[in-house]
Design a protein around this ligand. Structure first.
Ligand SMILES: CC(C)(COP(=O)(O)OP(=O)(O)OC[C@H]1O[C@@H](n2cnc3c(N)ncnc32)[C@H](O)[C@@H]1OP(=O)(O)O)[C@@H](O)C(=O)NCCC(=O)NCCS
Length: 162
């Protein structure tokens, strides 16, 4: 996996290094071609290919299964990482995968020298309302930014790998 642009000289570890302390055995692989995704459901959410340089799209595998897609955007000189899309495949929801991917995004933010994660909770499927999504992010430590649609979470250097 390519390193994200660093702000402070730190480098992002290879995706497999992010598996430390991972009881769920999730592995993230950065996508560069749609051929890397077998699941039609997940591929549809990863398009278009090729992406922009600032896009980092990861297929998330649990052993041999493709379970989720995590897509974030990193601007070269901004102190934050933006979650553009978090999508857990329908049959794998409610098992803690989304929560674990938020934790991984926190680790990647820190490793690339960012201290904040931003997200605009916006339902991708008709099964979740915006209010439910907002509540889901708030339970994971996000707060509303400037009375707008965006939410943020600051990511302190310590305890991320605990
Ligand atoms: C929103 C979404 C990403 C959440 O992912 P998820 O994997 O279902 O989320 P989690 O399993 O971590 O959390 C869901 C609930 O299941 C619970 N849960 C059930 N089994 C669990 C387990 N084994 N371990 C941990 N949590 C578990 C969690 O406690 C959580 O409840 P809470 O929110 O009241 O704390 C997912 O539903 C999704 O992809 N939705 C469709 C796409 C979409 O709209 N994305 C929004 C983009 S902003």
């Amino acid at each position: 996996m390519a390193a994200l642009p660093a702000r402070t000289g730190s480098r992002l570890s290879r995706s497999r290094d992010l598996g430390r302390n991972d009881h769920m055995n999730l592995k993230l692989f950065e996508l560069h071609s749609k051929r890397q995704v077998k699941s039609k459901e997940l591929r549809a959410h990863a398009e278009p290919f090729p992406g922009r340089k600032i896009d980092h799209r990861f297929i998330v595998r649990q052993e041999t299964k493709e379970v989720a897609l995590l897509w974030f955007v990193v601007f070269p000189s901004e102190p934050y990482l933006v979650i553009y899309k978090l999508y857990v495949a329908g049959r794998y929801r409610g098992k803690g995968i989304g929560s674990e991917l938020i934790r991984r995004a926190e680790i990647m933010a820190r490793q690339s020298g960012r201290s904040r994660i931003l997200v605009t909770p916006k339902p991708i499927t008709p099964y979740t309302t915006r209010e439910e999504l907002v509540a889901w992010y708030e339970r994971r430590g996000f707060s509303r930014l400037n009375e707008g649609l965006m939410y943020f979470k600051d990511v302190p250097a310590k305890n991320l790998l605990a």
